[in-house]
Write a new protein. Sequence first.
Length: 408
Amino acid sequence: MMCTANPGVIARSARVLACALVLLAARLLLPGAAAFAQTEAPNISAPQAILLDYESGSVLFERGADIQSAPASLAKLMTMAVVFREIKEGRITPDTEYTVSEYAWRRGGAPSGGSTMFAALKSSIKVSDLMRGVIIQSGNDAAIVLAEGLAGNELAFSTKMNEEAKRIGMTNSVFRNSNGLPAPDQVTTARDMAKLAAHIIRNYPQFYAIYGETSFTWNKIRQNNRNPLLGMSLGADGLKTGYLEDAGYNLVGSAVQNDQRLIVVIMGDKTAKDRAEDARKLLEWGFRSFETRLLFKPGQIVGEATLYGGARGGAPLTGTGPIRIVVPRDGNERVTARIRFQGPIPAPVAEGDEIARLDVYRGDQLALQVPLVAAESVPRGPLWRRAMDGAYELMVNLIRQGYAKLTS
């Protein structure tokens, strides 16, 4: 096992990190009787799915998690993430009112025949009510009214959605409208949707609570929450369903049992029943078959990243908090880890700078990725040290280029 980095990593750094990682692999080998039968994943029909532990970020199950497909109404999760940010940063409040335009009414309201809040044409509605219209009733009209209120039109609002997706790290998603109705190139993945769910839960707990409300009445019409998990005694408290003929039946859900929160994403199922059953199976299996183990305490040194031109040759690495992984209960599945960084890293490096990443594998599956930061500051070294590092790096590059020519 060795550190993975770009061609600039010098040989001695790879040797040092390899030693550290061998020790890491040894300490992560969890004792216990074999229990693979117990942790075998349930049989589900969805072509795309992911199950992850919220606290650690550990992936417990995935299938086609990076395949792009239309989000359908799951796009409304991103709509709400944008709205939540606008409120948190003080640009609007829950009492801000927006007017229902004719476009919002015809495209997403009662005349549309789709999921709707039944917002009346030209009526003024508070953001707090529009939020429930989107979250509980999946109202296309409510989503459009919010988009127009915040950005003028849906196209401009989609720019905000894509900017938010970039901030969250949703690298395989593109949004074109606020409601998830068919649009060219509007795509997402199960993994990206899990990231979005975790982002909402972590950053907006006061608004996330709305996802657990079971019904909402507007315009004298009471509608139940469309999330089937809420009635399954799973501890579910969110998030959202979606459906398009081309995309199939989608769901993003989350549940808590014994202080453990799991997030499940199902995409592309053929029926609403299959969607609900697949999500239920994965959640029940995840809660039953896995437990959390602490890998590194806060501040504990994980390894070292090689520096170029520093007062010393490396910077110790640590996590930004405790590093945990979820592993099979009573199992002996091997857990290994690799430190990855682009190096050698130029000095100076300040304490707290993110300069590396820890990849943790459960068996052959990448289960966890954690950013690593410098545990100490390392200033630039004296001129002679930088000159030696430069000469060493030049020599290594020349040897590498010569080897590449011989083997090409």
